[in-house]
Design a protein around this ligand. Sequence first.
Ligand code: TXA
Ligand code: MG
Length: 353
Amino acid sequence: MRAEIVSMSADRLDEEALLRAGRILKEGGLVAFPTETVYGLGGNALDSRASIKIYAAKGRPSDNPLIVHIADIDKLSLIVSEVPEGARILADKFWPGPLTMILPKSEIVPKETTGGLDSVAVRFPSDPVAQALIKAAGGFVAAPSANTSGRPSPTTAQHVEEDLGDAIDMIIDGGQVGIGLESTIVDFTEAVPVVLRPGYISLDMLKETLGEVRMDQGLLKADSKVRPKAPGMKYRHYAPKADLSIVEGPIDSVVEMINSFAARAEAAGGQVGIIATDETMDRYPIGVVKSIGSRQEEETIAHHLYEVLREFDQCKVSAIYSEAFYTPRMGQAIMNRLLKAAGHKIIKVQEEQ
Ligand code: TXA
Ligand code: MG
């Protein structure tokens, strides 16, 4: 079976296709759809067989829980047993939007959807196509990112087709996503809310709204003895096929170091891939050089990260070197994904003496 692909956009919803997509989901099938963060692989969240199908299609371990997407705030109380005050405040401020909250689950959410946990991850996306699909499906769509497990998350329908075209019923093509990195996850099952995955909504924005919020200890260091609490964050992830390393330090020294790796590879008859920015692109004379975006507009870096990682899978490169992107607002989220893609391989360079 090859997935049927239908195109639509926020201002041109295809009501007939949405009706069909909704029916597929109600009958236990799988439909991939755009959201403002990345494409999701949707199944009926209240149907344990649909969740099992999602794990199989992605090749994902079944202890890694799914996010339940809603499109109406009144539906929240049906799938959670309690909404703490802080969660209500965040919902008011950031929903619909790129925020997922972990809350105690109600009886109607099957354990297959939550990877065996008593809590459930809930998100109300802002993308109008996503909202229309969720409503057509009856209100509760479980959706992980629509990539094969371990690969970069999809930011276009073509990425979804590459990974899952043979494994699902329908792909809704809504064009390229806006943000390009997965939602921020905040866990409300502990006394103080904890960020389990950084995203477009930063720790500072959450602190401004809530006061006390902390970062999951398991996310802070590669060698941390503490395991990340979101099961999905413990896997190597987003990884391109060639070996990726991050080169970190003052930018002139970084450029020089990457150029020396590129020269060495060329002398050995090969070539490296280089992840640069609009500002530095022209400073790399050899190798396959791709700009990820501009440091002046950090959203562009987030937006292109997964696309650039996927593009390198089409190139013959022996290794990939990337600059580091500790940008002011989204740097935490960008570097979290890049470090995971690199298996935490960082080369630190010093200022020249
Ligand atoms: O932006 C997004 O969140 C996208 C779009 C499609 O909405 N979805 C997404 O889903 O990124 P996924 O499955 O790729 O990532 C979900 C993450 C995983 O790391 C998972 O372990 C964690 O959320 N998670 C889900 N339920 C959880 C729970 N009850 N407790 C702790 N972590 C949970
Ligand atoms: Mg994912």
